[in-house]
Design a protein around this ligand. Sequence first.
Ligand SMILES: Cc1ncc(COP(=O)(O)O)c(C=O)c1O
Length: 298
Amino acid sequence: MHPKLIELEKSFDSSTLTQIIDPLLEQKQLELWIKRDDLIHPIISGNKWRKLKYILDHALQQEAHTIISMGGAYSNHLHALAFVGQQLNLKTVGYIRGEQPKKLSPTLLDIQKWGMQLRFVSRTEYRELRHYKQFDQLPSLQQGEYWLPEGGATNLALQGVADILPEIKINFDVLCVPCGTGTTLAGLIEASTDKMMIHGFSALKGGSFLTQDVAQLLTKETENWSILLDYHFGGFAKTNQQLLSFIENFSTHHAIELEQVYTGKMFYALFDLIQQDYFKPKQKIIAIHTGGLQGRRR
Ligand SMILES: Cc1ncc(COP(=O)(O)O)c(C=O)c1O
């Protein structure tokens, strides 16, 4: 690992596991624990650090001076990348989906402040950028520039996600994680044993393609995983009052903040499934808090 990254990681905390105490869990004889990756760092939190760690190491090994990536106006990925780029003295460039708005989102204001150069591209151009999956594939790339696909979805990201498992110091049966590109889920499946069941929760409507995408990222054949597709609340970043009330209640009762795009939907789904006896009595469930709380600001 590059010394700059070792230094950066020294101040991170990835050790917390919080048990959720709730009458429903007691009634169903289940244990629910949250792996608090939201507490890793105030900005590079959740799955962002997991996915970026080995990618940044690779970029530094390649002697890259600039990392170029892509995302939407509320992208947690670009937010973490811009901050970490500043910390590591790397230049960063972000291709942003859609026309430049009159008023930048809080996410874009942050990333601009941290020195990321913003390049607004049309939705068509943005979709084209998705074709470039390797760090050296972007056609316009200059010497010293490193391309990072949307959401940091690369094989190196899986390695960082795999680091989560040995940090969970209790035995468990079920592991749950929200899915956008499915990369975090794939990293967990790669590192899992057959005794664990891994569930992904799609944050997108029509997420059935995710099953194939995740399978393609895997280097092993295994059946200990599934993706739940029906808790998208109308689509990516869509919400309704039921979801927002759930998030507020969760924060009041358990003192843990969730956001409406990923973690809120997963925890809503989990409680719904628990209510429907989806899990077997005595099972221990771990849900990964993938952070992303900055994205709540609109
Ligand atoms: C907070 C949060 N949780 C979960 C995810 C989903 O991760 P993945 O794209 O690896 O499925 C994302 C998106 O990257 C995210 O920002």
